[in-house]
Design a protein around this ligand. Structure first.
Ligand SMILES: N[C@@H](CCC(=O)N[C@@H](CS)C(=O)NCC(=O)O)C(=O)O
Length: 362
């Protein structure tokens, strides 16, 4: 039975009204649960497109992607960047793993977002082009007064990764992963990207959209709705909805290799980056603990299948993922202690072979 809610919206992340531009994915799949303490992800600010007059398609690292290896939304972009062979076409900076001083209540003066201090230690890492120390500076450059806008509403500034930045106009093209992966799939094909495969074929757009409508709210954002909510009732609502989605996807993957059939699409990449963190983080830290992925046969097979695609493994930094969540999110884990003994850090978890192919190329 649920206990009485002890939460107010003031302690939650975002507000139900924070859906921003109605055409974004975040608005389309916004959390409809208005229970006090439910998690509402704020809208990202920048939604331009490569191909807009201001942002023509161009290679040679004119555009620059910022990702944190910890973040599943940024990870989608990183995987797509690797698979579309965008190295040398779009620049890349990996942030450090710490997100210091995150809090859901003011004051927010000590919060500066992702840092670039460690950004030499990832698997691919290129220098931050502006010599900035924190991503706050990039947001202020692109939109002076960014911090002030959030703080005047009583909210923490949202310094989200991923960010696709234009080094020429010194502004942000997009800070929304769903849009960035679509651009990576199609906008740079004449500028050096691998145009030989399409992760979002026109003929499959509807199927992709249908599956995203399950995966985004119940799984990608769904795990955060479980972990970032601040009342028992909101948690139970989020947990039930999350597992309804997980069971649907487990059933879909019992019928086909990937979410929409035999070929890998952007939907699979979107699902995969959440599943890759699941047994290490979400199961315990976000209390999604009905089953581990390793206990869901089809999801586990899918997780290991995508992991074997050439290049994907290089994007997965489990140590940083674990440290980031448990250390940074003090509103969830006040001591900042990260747990030991996760089976996912064992290669056997990923490489358990069964009937799967060896490393392959899509
Ligand atoms: N809708 C965004 C979500 C991005 C997001 O929330 N990223 C988190 C990390 S997992 C972030 O950077 N948070 C920084 C902050 O809250 O200031 C997207 O898909 O790109």
């Amino acid at each position: 039975m649920s206990s009485k809610s002890q939460s107010t919206d003031a302690t939650s992340w975002g507000k139900a009204s924070d859906i921003g531009d109605k055409n974004t994915e975040q608005a389309k799949f916004a959390n409809k649960d208005n229970t006090p303490g439910a998690m509402h992800r704020p809208a990202t600010k920048f939604h331009h497109k490569i191909g807009d007059p201001q942002f023509p398609a161009e290679g040679n690292n004119r555009y620059h992607l910022y990702v944190s290896e910890a973040c599943p939304w940024a990870h989608r972009c990183h995987v797509t960047w690797v698979l579309k062979k965008l190295e040398g076409v779009v620049g890349l900076t990996l942030t450090g793993w710490k997100l210091e001083n995150i809090s859901h209540s003011p004051p927010f003066d000590d919060y500066h977002g992702w840092d670039f201090v460690d950004s030499g230690s990832g698997s691919y890492s290129y220098k931050e082009p502006n010599n900035f120390s924190h991503i706050e500076e990039l947001y202020e450059l692109a939109h002076p007064g960014y911090r002030e806008e959030w703080e005047s509403r009583g909210q923490r500034p949202y310094y989200a990764v991923p960010v696709l930045y234009d080094t020429k106009t010194k502004t942000i093209v997009s800070s929304e992963s769903a849009e960035i992966i679509q651009m990576f799939n199609s906008a740079f094909n004449s500028c050096g990207a691998d145009s030989s495969f399409d992760l979002e074929p026109a003929s499959m757009k509807q199927q992709i959209e249908d599956v995203n409508a399950i995966v985004y709210p119940t799984i990608n954002d769904g795990v955060y709705r479980c972990g970032f909510c601040t009342s028992q009732q909101a948690y139970e609502n989020a947990y039930n909805s999350h597992w309804e989605g997980m069971d649907k996807v487990e059933a879909i993957l019992g019928e086909s290799r990937f979410l929409t059939g035999d070929t890998l699409t952007l939907s699979d990449i979107r699902l995969w980056t959440t599943l890759a963190r699941y047994d290490t983080v979400y199961y315990s830290h976000f209390k999604t603990n009905r089953s581990r992925i390793s206990e869901m046969p089809n999801l586990y097979r899918f997780l290991r299948d995508v992991y074997r695609i050439k290049g994907v493994e290089s994007t997965l930094n489990l140590e940083w993922i674990k440290k980031h969540y448990y250390w940074s999110q003090r509103m969830v884990n006040p001591t900042g202690i990260w747990p030991l003994g996760m089976q996912t850090e064992d290669k056997g978890y990923w490489e358990k072979s069964d009937d799967l192919p060896e490393v392959y190329t899509v």
